[in-house]
Design a protein around this ligand. Structure first.
Ligand SMILES: NC(=O)c1ccc[n+]([C@@H]2O[C@H](COP(=O)([O-])OP(=O)(O)OC[C@H]3O[C@@H](n4cnc5c(N)ncnc54)[C@H](OP(=O)(O)O)[C@@H]3O)[C@@H](O)[C@H]2O)c1
Length: 244
């Protein structure tokens, strides 16, 4: 398979780190990003600090970070073939306690981060006459859970699902594919030691691992006839749950 250049945001932890590792192991070039430079440098070393790996620190909510990601991909590897908009934040707060500053944090990081990073990369994909964007969403945009007060992050992720379909429509004729992978609860630092408490939210009655998501992201990245689709990799969360 042709060697490609993959940009992964939020790659210093959890799902993003595993995605970066997966593509590196398959032989692609990878540019990793996160906002905390120290964590990102640790990850760079952990992933082998090899010639196929580059890093760009900075918040995705700043479009300049996306532009630096593309510039680095081109300078080091000659192309920017796949963008994985993985960086994201999730917290809970009851709806009536959410103020504008709190809501803005989720819209700024999750939605605007995905939006502007994609806007920074697509001009290069247009030049290349090919490209792939994969967003990370959540089945919780279609499956509500009382007891998980998450209107702010879920609203931002719902917008990412909608953005996926509209971008796929606007750039399909230009050979740019846009899809979302929507994970169930995945055991990552985002959940601390609490992830397994969410087992019952899945028909499989267990939570997933970051590798489950990396496998699907890789498949979607390399499958040339897939666009405009939301892929649930969620242990059956979108279909139902277990009353334990
Ligand atoms: N884990 C789950 O159960 C689950 C389920 C559904 C969807 N997701 C989604 O999957 C993605 C990854 O989640 P995860 O569980 O792997 O989380 P995680 O372990 O907390 O990792 C999040 C990553 O995003 C980075 N990040 C946060 N804000 C950023 C910003 N403004 N700019 C650049 N990087 C930023 C973090 O690094 P810094 O702190 O250094 O910036 C970190 O590398 C998120 O979009 C999340 O919403 C996760």
């Amino acid at each position: 398979m042709k060697k490609q250049t993959i940009i992964v945001t939020g790659a210093s932890s959890g799902i993003g780190k595993e995605i970066a590792k997966y593509f590196l192991e398959k032989g692609d070039n990878v540019v990793i990003n996160s906002s905390t430079i120290g964590k990102l440098e640790e990850t760079y070393k952990e992933l082998g600090a090899g010639p196929n790996l580059a890093l760009v620190a900075g918040s995705i909510s700043d479009k300049a970070t996306g532009e630096r990601l593309v510039a680095t991909a081109i300078e080091k590897f000659g192309s920017a073939d796949v963008l994985i908009n993985n960086a994201g934040i999730f917290e809970t707060k009851p709806f009536l306690e959410v103020d504008e500053a709190y809501l803005d944090r989720f819209l700024t990081t999750n939605l605007k981060g995905t939006y502007f990073t994609t806007q920074a990369v697509i001009p290069q994909m247009l030049k290349q006459q090919q490209g792939v964007v994969i967003n990370i969403g959540t089945p919780m945009v279609n499956q509500g859970f009382g007891g998980i007060p998450a209107t702010a992050p879920i609203a931002s992720k719902g917008a990412i699902h909608a953005l996926t379909i509209q971008l796929a429509a606007e750039f399909g004729k230009r050979n740019i594919r846009v899809n979302t992978v929507a994970p169930g609860v995945i055991r990552t630092p985002m959940h601390g030691s609490d992830a397994d408490k969410s087992a019952g939210q899945h028909l499989l009655n267990r939570v997933g691992d970051a590798n489950d998501i990396a496998e699907m992201v890789y498949t979607v990245a390399k499958s040339n006839f897939i666009t405009g689709t939301i892929f649930n990799v969620d242990g059956g969360m979108a279909a139902g749950f277990n009353l334990n």
